[in-house]
Design a protein around this ligand. Sequence first.
Ligand SMILES: NC(=O)c1ccc[n+]([C@@H]2O[C@H](COP(=O)([O-])OP(=O)(O)OC[C@H]3O[C@@H](n4cnc5c(N)ncnc54)[C@H](OP(=O)(O)O)[C@@H]3O)[C@@H](O)[C@H]2O)c1
Length: 332
Amino acid sequence: MKYSAFGRTGVQVSRLCLGCMNFGDDTNEPNSITMIHAAMDAGINFLDTANVYSRGASEEVTGKALADGNRRERVFLATKFYNKMADDDPNAWGGHRFHIIREVENSLRRLRTDHIDLYQMHRPQPTIPIDETLRALDDLIRSGKVRYIGTSTFGAWQIVESLWASKEYGLNRFVCEQMPYNLLDRRVERELLPMCRTYGVATIPWAPLAGGLLSGKYGTKERPADARYALRSAPFARDNEVALQKVEQFTQYCNERGVAPAQFATAWVLAQEGVTAPIIGPRTMEQLTDYLATESLTITAEDRQQMDTLFPPGTNVSEYYRADFGPNARWV
Ligand SMILES: NC(=O)c1ccc[n+]([C@@H]2O[C@H](COP(=O)([O-])OP(=O)(O)OC[C@H]3O[C@@H](n4cnc5c(N)ncnc54)[C@H](OP(=O)(O)O)[C@@H]3O)[C@@H](O)[C@H]2O)c1
């Protein structure tokens, strides 16, 4: 496993981050723990979860896996706050101090740890001035409960505004952005990635396979019965007709090149300038093994050119964002 500096912090993180979203949900507890241990044994030292993943179940199973031996101290452990944690409480979500202080305690308990290495705001909340959120997060760092803070799915301008606020008020700054990035959705290339490179912000792209669409098992006619987009209703589905046609051409390219589509799609994200570590999202041990093989795959100049023709830089054919995106969102 290769490691690289986590933005300007200097922390060495594995070039693949293990996403724990399926754990405690589509992946049962014993399998989740076995997979977390297998990923660590393969050199992964960077784990990503969130309070909202199965409303705490992912954090619980992750905490259980890390309670084994000295695993916790060797892992750079990331989790998130912001999304809705209860239906009957108007303050059970958001970027305000009231929620953040309560929720960090809940995450620490579920994760069985006394500190979180990277505490991320899952979505921006423009109705709250960012210095309010930053000051609460800064207090968590100063109290030792959190080491670093980050964002997820922020606009470039929102991160720059936060850096400005941190400087103005002498507060710890966000050091990392977690964004959707894959061949089907290349919007972050327009402004977000260049901004992160300019300001030394680490980048950990989510959904490198567009939720599985780039794994080779989907096409205009194929829709596997036991996969994410068939098992769940898809209010945010990326699988429109144009996307699926391109996915078929992509799969054909991989087949002719003799590489597994899932490995190629992940390796492509890994190879993009300014990417610190894509977040992989295995549901099964076989999928984890596939993702782990990514590191040995080299994306050539020819690969880049072919992909740029099929999925032009900066474009999005997967229609992921929706106007009704909000704290009630259910991931699909
Ligand atoms: N910040 C955010 O808002 C956000 C949002 C989403 C995810 N994330 C993070 O990013 C991580 C990864 O996201 P993601 O799960 O969407 O990643 P992804 O890599 O785009 O999709 C993962 C899914 O693809 C399918 N898959 C994976 N490998 C495969 C293979 N070799 N063959 C066939 N199918 C395969 C599996 O689903 P099926 O087997 O069910 O088809 C798997 O759950 C999450 O665990 C989470 O930590 C963050």
